[in-house]
Structure formats: structure tokens, C-alpha cells
Design a protein around this ligand. Structure first.
Ligand SMILES: [Zn+2]
Length: 399
């Protein structure tokens, strides 16, 4: 790391870089709580959250187009170096990033952009968010920095594989939907989740974790804690539907709507209400104010995750469509509590209708559960094939 740091610093001749005296352990170098870099072909997002109030200013330079931040700090936080490295490893609209001590009390970060890039900066003393786009700037998350970050420090850049968190909906005292033959949703969900985990663990570069591995009730707040702790690349919540109308059938995939969007259909709204009701009914913690604040806080930082979630949802839906009829041909959007509380590429799958006797019969069988699990895996793989690993915070070596 030290070696790379010196490389970075020496390459920053542009700014009369003064290489700071060595970063001794006693000095307080940690003032960055978390960073984020996400990039698609036409967009880039850079976020820096400070752990304390930091003074800085920013300005632009022309030809090439650059934006720099002069941050009033004595040292360079290693998290910033990791951020710069990850940008340079996976450049996009940001063609280059540099960090260097500009003066004894100033660290300068410079981002250089492709000609004609539009940028937008949101900043306070607690954080910086920079969005670059080839077209108009996407609808962005102002005030993101007010959110208490739940990410642990930059672990994200060390990830060498895709971690998939699988949530088998319901469990224990909460059976979920119940079919006419008495099949419970909680058991079908668990069985599919375990099959999916097995398939994922066999894949190169992929590993799965379960939010529950047996018939227990796991409170929503505990599931969320677990997901946040592990920071998975992808989160998939597995459910089976139940409807008054016993003819209702087919699979659907859901993601969260944007903050300013409503549910994509009456059906989507109903499904979310029903699933949330269970979560809220059985988890008293979720009703206290702290938890509620936590749930809404993340709303602000999820736009990029939402974009990825829609891509993932579309891939999974396509594959599931080969196993079962689709209840809805497109990815549906609704406010599921479990999706709302995490800032991860995530989908909720309603595999089929337990209330439909034909589908209940199928859902019970190992063969059908396997086919569904395999379809979800294939959907995940299709998605990963089309998504640069860095965009998901994963570093995969090509050999
Ligand atoms: Zn459910």
C-alpha cells in the first residue's frame, strides 16, 4: 500500500505535490467514514463521507476538465487512497483521479473527466457527493451526507468475490401465505433459498449467505443487521404469493421504487403491504422511532443501487419466465420494508402463488424448487456478466 501511495503522489506533479511526512500510526489519519465509487458507461458516482466535520473547498479547471477539492487535513486518510485507486483501476467518465498533499494542511483530490461530461456536486462538511453523466444529471439524492452511514470502513474494495445474501421470507411463528393443502410459504421459501445457496456456492467467485437456515423467526431488524454487517453484493428475498383470487398465478420480481415514485401497480402495492404487515406485526422493534429513522435514512442513498436492482430484476425475471408463467411481465416496484432498509442491489422474488392449487402442488416438489433456484442463479449470472465488478464493489481477477 505504501508503495502505491508513493506512486500516486509522485504522479501528481501537476500540483507541486509535497510528499507528506510518513503517515505514522499516532497521527489521526482516519477522518473518512466511507467512500463509494460506482461507474456505468454513461455515469459515475463518487461519495466521500467524513466521520467528523471537515473544511474544504472545490473548484473547476479547464482543458482537460477537472474538479478539485482542497481538504483541510494534515494527512491523507487511507480510505481516500483506496478510493483513488479504485477509480483509476476502473475509469469511466472520470478518466483519472489523483490525491496529494498540496500544502502542509491541505490534501488535494483531483478528478479529471472526459470532454463534455456534466457534473453535479452536493457537499457539506460531513461529506461530498459527485455525480458525472454524459447526458443530463440523474435525479439525485441531495443531503445524502445527512444519512448515518451504516457501511463499515471501505471493506468493499477488498472483496474478491460476489457475496449473495438470500433471505427466505417469514419463518417460525410467521408462516407467510398458506396454501389450500396446508403448504406454508415459510417452508417453501426456505427450501428454495437453501437450494439456491448450494448452487451459488458451487460457482467460481460467488458465495451465498442465508438470513435464516431453519424454521425460525428472524425479526426484520435482525435480518437487516445481518445484511448490513456482511455487506453483500446482491440481496435476494424469496417469497411465495397468496391471493384471495385463487386463479391468480405466476411469478413476479420486485424492486424498490424511487423516493418520488409510487408502486408500479395496484398489485405491487398490495403485495408490499401484505409482506410488510407480517414484518411489522411480528417485529415490535421496527415500530420504534430509531428503527423507523434507520429505515428512511437509506432512502437517500439508494439511487444507484436501484438502477442495478432493476437490471438484476430484469435478468432474473427473464430466467424465471422459462420455468413459470409471469404474473407481471416487467419488474414491479413497491415499498418493501426489507428492501428499503439496505443500500444493496436487491430484489424480492414472488416465486409463484401458494393460493393457486396448481402452483401450490408444484411449489411443494423438490424438482420445481430446484428449477426455480437454478433460474434465479442464471438470472444473477446474466446480470453479473453485463455489470462491471467494480460497479458492485468487487475486484475479480480475470484468471
Ligand atoms: Zn412472503
Amino acid at each position: 500500500m505504501r508503495h502505491k501511495l508513493i506512486q500516486l503522489l509522485t504522479s501528481a506533479l501537476l500540483f507541486n505535490a509535497v510528499i507528506s511526512s510518513t503517515l505514522s500510526a499516532e497521527e489521526s489519519v482516519n477522518y473518512v467514514e466511507s467512500t463509494k465509487y460506482q461507474v456505468t458507461k454513461n455515469q459515475a458516482l463518487i461519495e466521500i463521507k467524513f466521520s467528523k466535520k471537515i473544511n474544504y473547498k472545490h473548484d473547476q479547471l479547464k482543458s482537460p476538465y477537472r474538479i478539485y477539492f482542497d481538504i483541510e487535513v494534515k494527512n491523507i486518510d487511507p480510505n481516500l487512497i483506496a478510493l483513488i485507486e479504485s477509480i483509476n483501476k476502473q475509469p469511466g467518465l472520470v478518466t483519472k483521479a489523483v490525491i496529494a498533499k498540496n500544502k502542509p494542511d491541505i490534501a488535494r483530490i483531483v478528478f479529471e473527466f472526459t470532454q463534455g461530461t456534466n457534473t453535479r456536486i452536493s457537499s457539506t462538511r460531513k461529506g461530498i457527493q459527485l455525480v458525472a453523466s454524459q447526458s443530463e444529471i440523474p435525479d439525485l439524492i441531495d443531503n445524502f451526507y445527512k444519512a448515518e452511514t451504516t457501511q463499515t470502513k471501505n471493506k468493499i474494495w477488498e472483496k474478491k468475490q460476489y457475496l449473495i445474501a438470500i433471505d427466505a421470507g417469514h419463518g417460525g411463528k410467521d408462516p407467510g401465505a398458506v396454501g389450500r393443502r396446508g403448504t406454508t410459504e415459510k417452508s417453501v421459501n426456505l427450501s428454495i433459498a437453501k437450494r439456491l445457496k448450494k448452487l451459488i456456492d458451487k460457482e467460481k467467485n460467488m458465495k451465498a449467505i442465508l438470513t435464516r437456515d431453519r424454521d425460525v423467526y428472524v425479526k426484520l431488524s435482525d435480518r437487516i443487521k445481518k445484511i448490513r454487517k456482511h455487506q453483500p453484493t446482491i440481496f435476494i428475498s424469496i417469497h411465495a404469493d397468496g391471493a384471495e383470487n385463487r386463479k391468480a398465478s405466476g411469478s413476479s420480481v420486485f424492486i424498490l421504487p424511487r423516493k418520488d415514485e409510487v408502486a408500479s401497480s395496484r398489485y405491487a402495492k398490495l403485495v408490499a403491504e401484505k409482506e410488510n404487515e407480517m414484518d411489522l406485526l411480528f417485529d415490535p422493534d421496527i415500530n420504534n422511532r430509531d428503527q423507523n429513522t434507520q429505515l428512511t435514512i437509506l432512502d437517500m442513498t439508494q439511487n444507484m443501487s436501484r438502477y442495478l436492482s432493476e437490471q438484476l430484476g430484469t435478468s432474473v425475471l427473464k430466467r424465471i419466465g422459462k420455468v413459470n408463467n409471469l404474473h407481471k411481465k416487467k419488474v414491479e416496484k413497491a415499498n418493501f420494508a426489507v428492501l428499503k432498509s439496505i443500500d444493496v442491489c436487491s430484489i424480492l422474488v414472488e416465486t409463484a402463488f401458494l393460493s393457486n392449487s396448481q402452483e401450490e402442488k408444484q411449489l411443494k416438489t423438490a424438482a420445481y424448487q430446484d428449477r426455480l433456484a437454478l433460474a434465479i442463479l442464471q438470472g444473477i449470472k446474466d446480470f453479473l456478466k453485463n455489470t462491471p465488478p467494480a460497479q458492485l464493489g468487487v475486484t475479480i481477477s480475470e484468471n
